[in-house]
Structure formats: structure tokens, C-alpha cells
Design a protein around this ligand. Structure first.
Ligand code: NAP
Length: 527
């Protein structure tokens, strides 16, 4: 079923001579499939096709695009267990995780389809003319959101389904009306090719224009950079490391026509443990956090990598309970040997910093490519002196910071980089006393969590998965949930335009029956 070729629109091509292989971390061996990196000509062809496709794809109705997205979901499901087996062999994840993540990918596609059918997402805004207004007449003005153009998506390593080929970036860009070119993640090119085949089939079944989707394999620094720099590409979606995301933002900013890069990057997701909660429920929170730190081998962008609290007996009790739970947690397989090596280096770097000591580490036998759950600790004073201690260690890792007092805790929060999430663990009666801490945390994060764990990202319109830089490159947008569509659109205003030539969303009769803002009022009414 795997061809090793690139989808240039609906055509499978492999004219190049650079080959790539993926790796099975569970078996600790290379996978058998050979993939061919897309050539310069193939990149040019994919982008030219996407640009041509944009002319007709942007004119597709919401119903037509919804049919496309729903058919992609159907075609992915039709790949059955073979797709799950491919996913597991290129990620080391279990079949259960594969099924769960496939469900999330399918759910995302269908939720964008629902959004398109409902239709109000275009934010139609109409100000009708007042010809008799003095001293000058008011013109008829009508505004709605329109797609940007071809989008390049860099799939992530840690979500081969939900944040990759047909993941949230692709689904939201296609929903917006933008053709998509995926730069397949090198760790799961085969999974990417299978999902791409489903997208191509769906495009053909629903009569979408040739080039509405392409899928290319190759290195980020060469193929990926060429795509971002291509003049016909109008926006970029990325999930991964800060260095990768930043490199792409810089490339995009230096183009003669700069384009937006929506990069979701690193985060240590600080958790503030308030004293009363630690006193009353240290065991409950220690168990919850041991689970969250080690979930999915810690390979989540929302992994809680930084635990903050004021020192004392309650914190010591929490640390003891956390140590017991971490030491008992069986290590899980990481995505790749390189990921596991980076994880070991990260722990070594952290453990070598001044004042850092071990809270807990799994000490039993660890199979190849598995991540040893580890928690370290350091004083607030040392943490404030050393920026290295706030870096992300991608894997089942967290560092506990023991603050001298609340003033030091506040100082630490105020010096943190931007984060995807921030969590407060507290009893309701102590929250009012700690308002400064809560407001300080609010400045630094995209999602504020009360008495929970940051892992587990619900897909719904009110989710915000993003945050101040470097959690994401633009904190005004989310990468998860239907509002992710707003990354790929711009407002367009029509002045005094003939009614029958306006998009249906803006016509007097409101033929799509969408909610619009007409003369300052939200309404379903016609004009
Ligand atoms: P990554 O190294 O940033 O790679 C993500 C994608 O970007 C890959 O397709 C990669 O291409 C490409 N890329 C990377 N650097 C580039 C550059 N300078 N120019 C152009 N393209 C570039 O992320 P990853 O592979 O997912 O994982 C590596 C590390 O990222 C992890 O160890 C972890 O620290 C971090 N990470 C963070 C999150 C998060 O959400 N916070 C999620 C996943 C990973 P190649 O295929 O050539 O590598």
C-alpha cells in the first residue's frame, strides 16, 4: 500500500534520488519502506497546482467544502486497521492511542464540516446605505472573511494523525477555502502517505480542483524552507520545536512579500500548587501529576514540565508522594531514538545545573528508546538565576521549584516565557488570597486551568491552544477547535456592490440563513 512517492495533486511522483526511511522505536529498527524526497520541479508543480486550484476552490460553497471534509473522514476510516498498524510502526504508540487519535482527527474534520454547513463563521457584517445622510451620504458596505491562498502545513512528530497530514491545520485551512501542501513529518512519512491517499480520493469523489491538496516528503531545511519561501504560498502552519518554528517565522518575514506563520512551539506549562490544597490533598495531586507528567511518554506540548510552590511540610509531603508514583511508573516508548537521546541529554543538562537535585527517577530496566520518568527539584532562588532551568525537556520530565515565599513565586511567574497553559491547584477558600499569583499567570498563558492537569486538549470552539510567544508565534489564534479557521482568512469589504454579484453570505435575502451583523445588530433577518 505504501508507494514511497509524493502526491503532486493527485499524481504520485518520485523523480528524485534522495531517499528517506522511517524508524520503528519499539522494534529499534528501520522500517522497510523507502520514500523519495520531492525534487525542486515537484515542489514547483505542487505549488503551481495549489495556486491554480485556489481560483476555483475559494468559490466552493460551505456545503461543497463540508462534503469534501466529511468524505476525507470517511476515506480515512475506510483505510481501516492497516492505517493504525502503519501509525504504530512509525511512532511506537499503542493501537489504543492510534484509535483514540484517529477518532480525534475524524472528529476535527467533521466539526469543521458542521461549521461550514452552519455558515456564520464568515462574520458577515453589513452596514446599509443612508443616501440622505448629511453632510455626505453613507455608502453600502458589506464585509466577510475570505481565504488567504495556498497554505503549507508542517505536521508534528507527536501527533501523526491529529496534528499532521489531515490534522487540525489541514482541516482548518481547507475549511477556510485554502489549498494545502503538507510537508510530511520525517518520522511518519508512510502514515502521512496513507492519509494523503484518502484526502486525494475524497477530493476526486467530491469534484474538488486538481491541486487542492499535495503531500511532499523531504527535509525541513531544504524542501520545507523552499515551500515557505515560494511566492505563491500565502501562509504556514507548524507544530514542533521553538528552533524549527522560529526558523520558519524568520524565513517568512524575510520574503519580499512576508506571510504569516502560525507556529505552535514549546511550553513547560507551569503548575502553581497553593498551600491549602497541598495540605489537604497532597496525595491526590501527586498521583494526578505523576499520571500527567508520564502520559504518552510525556510527549505532549501541554506536558506539565514546571511545578511551582512555596516550601514547607505540605510541599515535602507532595514531593514524597510524587516520587513514589513516578518511581513506580513503567517507562513508555518514545517516538524515535533521536527523541529519546534528546530527552536523556535534556535531563543530564538540567541535573548538572547548580542546586538541582533528584526527586524521583524510574530506576528499573529500561528497554531501548523508552523514556525514564524523572522529576528534579531546585530552589526558587536558583531558578531565577538560571534560564536553562525553564527550558522544555520533551518527555516524561518535570522540575519542582521550591520558593521561599509568595513574593518569590510571583517573581518567577513574571519572568516566565509565554506558555500554552498555566494551572492553579488550590482550595476555593484560598483563591482570593492569591489573586496576584493568578493574574500574573494569566499574563503568561493561553489557557488557565483550575484544579486539573494540562494534558488533554478538548476540541471545541472555546478551546485556546496557543499562547504568548514562544508558546505560539501569534497569541491571538488557536491551533485547536473550529476557531483555528481564523488563521487562514482575511476580511474583505465590498462597497456599493450589486446584490446579485455579492457572495451569498452578504446578499439582501440572506439565502444561507446565517447570523450576520446588520446595522449593528446580530440577526438572521434579510434586508
Ligand atoms: P521539529 O524538529 O521542530 O520539526 C518539526 C517539523 O519542522 C519537521 O517537519 C522538521 O523537518 C521541520 N523543521 C525543523 N527545523 C526546521 C528548520 N530550521 N527549517 C525548516 N524546517 C524545519 O519538531 P519535532 O520533530 O516535532 O520534535 C523535535 C523537538 O521539538 C522535540 O524534541 C521537542 O522538544 C519539540 N516538540 C515540541 C512540541 C510542542 O508542541 N511543544 C511538539 C513536538 C515536538 P525535518 O523533517 O527535516 O526534521
Amino acid at each position: 500500500m505504501i508507494t514511497g512517492k509524493n502526491y503532486i495533486g493527485s499524481q504520485l511522483k518520485a523523480g528524485g534520488n534522495i531517499t528517506l526511511k522511517t524508524f520503528n522505536p519499539l522494534l529499534n529498527t528501520e522500517n522497510p519502506w523507502v520514500f523519495t524526497e520531492a525534487t525542486h520541479e515537484e515542489i514547483e508543480e505542487a505549488v503551481a497546482l495549489a495556486s491554480q486550484a485556489f481560483d476555483s476552490y475559494k468559490r466552493c460553497s460551505g456545503i461543497e467544502k463540508a462534503a469534501f471534509l466529511n468524505t476525507i473522514a470517511d476515506e480515512i476510516l475506510a483505510l481501516g486497521d492497516l492505517l493504525l498498524v502503519q501509525y504504530c510502526s512509525e511512532s511506537g504508540f499503542s493501537k489504543g492511542r492510534a484509535e483514540g487519535e484517529r477518532g480525534r482527527m475524524i472528529g476535527q474534520l467533521r466539526s469543521f464540516a458542521e461549521m461550514l454547513i452552519e455558515g456564520s463563521w464568515v462574520q458577515a457584517t453589513i452596514d446599509t446605505a443612508i443616501p440622505e445622510r448629511q453632510p455626505a451620504p453613507k455608502e453600502d458596505l458589506r464585509k466577510m472573511l475570505v481565504p488567504l491562498g495556498p497554505v503549507v502545513v508542517f505536521g508534528s512528530s507527536n501527533f501523526p494523525f491529529a496534528f499532521s497530514t489531515a490534522g487540525g491545520d489541514t482541516a482548518s485551512a481547507l475549511a477556510a477555502g485554502c489549498p494545502v501542501i503538507v510537508k510530511s513529518h520525517s518520522m511518519h512519512i508512510g502514515t502521512g502517505e496513507m492519509v494523503a491517499s484518502a484526502i486525494i480520493k475524497a477530493a476526486q469523489k467530491t469534484n474538488m480542483p486538481e491541486g487542492v491538496f499535495s503531500n511532499l516528503a523531504g527535509a525541513g531545511r531544504t524542501l520545507g524552507a523552499s515551500l515557505v519561501q515560494h511566492p505563491l504560498v500565502k501562509a504556514v502552519g507548524f507544530t514542533g520545536s521553538i528552533s524549527g518554528g522560529r526558523a520558519l517565522c524568520d524565513l517568512a518575514a524575510k520574503r519580499p512579500e512576508p506571510i504569516p506563520v502560525f507556529a505552535e512551539m514549546g511550553s513547560v506549562n507551569p503548575v502553581v500548587l497553593l498551600p491549602e490544597a497541598l495540605k489537604q490533598n497532597s496525595q491526590k495531586w501527586a498521583l494526578a501529576y505523576a499520571g500527567s507528567i508520564t502520559l504518552g511518554a510525556g510527549q505532549f506540548c501541554t506536558n506539565p514540565g514546571l511545578l511551582l510552590a512555596v516550601k514547607g511540610a505540605a510541599l515535602n509531603e507532595f514531593a514524597e508522594q510524587l516520587a513514589k508514583a513516578i518511581e513506580k511508573t513503567t517507562p513508555s516508548c518514545m517516538l524515535h531514538a533521536s527523541m529519546q537521546a534528546d530527552f536523556e541529554t535534556g535531563i543530564f543538562t538540567m541535573a548538572s545545573q547548580n542546586g538541582v537535585s533528584k526527586v524521583a527517577q524510574f530506576t528499573g530496566e529500561v528497554p531501548p528508546n523508552h523514556g525514564r520518568p524523572t522529576v528534579l527539584k531546585v530552589s526558587g532562588e536558583e531558578f531565577l538565576k538560571n534560564k536553562v532551568l525553564s527550558h522544555e525537556v520533551f518527555g516524561p520530565f518535570s522540575i519542582l521549584v521550591e520558593c521561599n515565599d509568595e513574593a518569590e513565586l510571583l517573581q518567577i511567574i513574571n519572568t516566565l516565557d509565554g506558555q500554552l497553559t498555566g494551572t492553579i491547584i488550590g482550595e476555593e477558600n484560598e483563591l482570593h488570597e492569591h489573586q496576584d499569583v493568578i493574574f500574573a499567570l494569566q499574563n503568561r498563558v493561553g489557557r488557565l486551568i483550575f484544579n486539573g492537569v494540562p494534558t488533554g486538549v478538548e476540541v471545541c470552539p472555546s478551546m485556546l491552544h496557543g499562547g504568548p510567544y514562544p508558546a505560539s508565534s501569534d497569541s491571538r489564534f488557536t491551533a485547536v477547535g473550529t476557531h483555528a479557521v481564523y488563521r487562514w482568512v482575511r476580511p474583505l469589504s465590498y462597497q456599493n456592490w450589486p446584490d446579485d454579484l455579492l457572495p451569498a453570505e452578504l446578499q439582501n435575502e440572506n439565502p444561507l440563513q446565517i447570523v450576520r451583523t446588520t446595522d449593528h445588530k446580530l440577526t438572521l433577518s434579510k434586508i
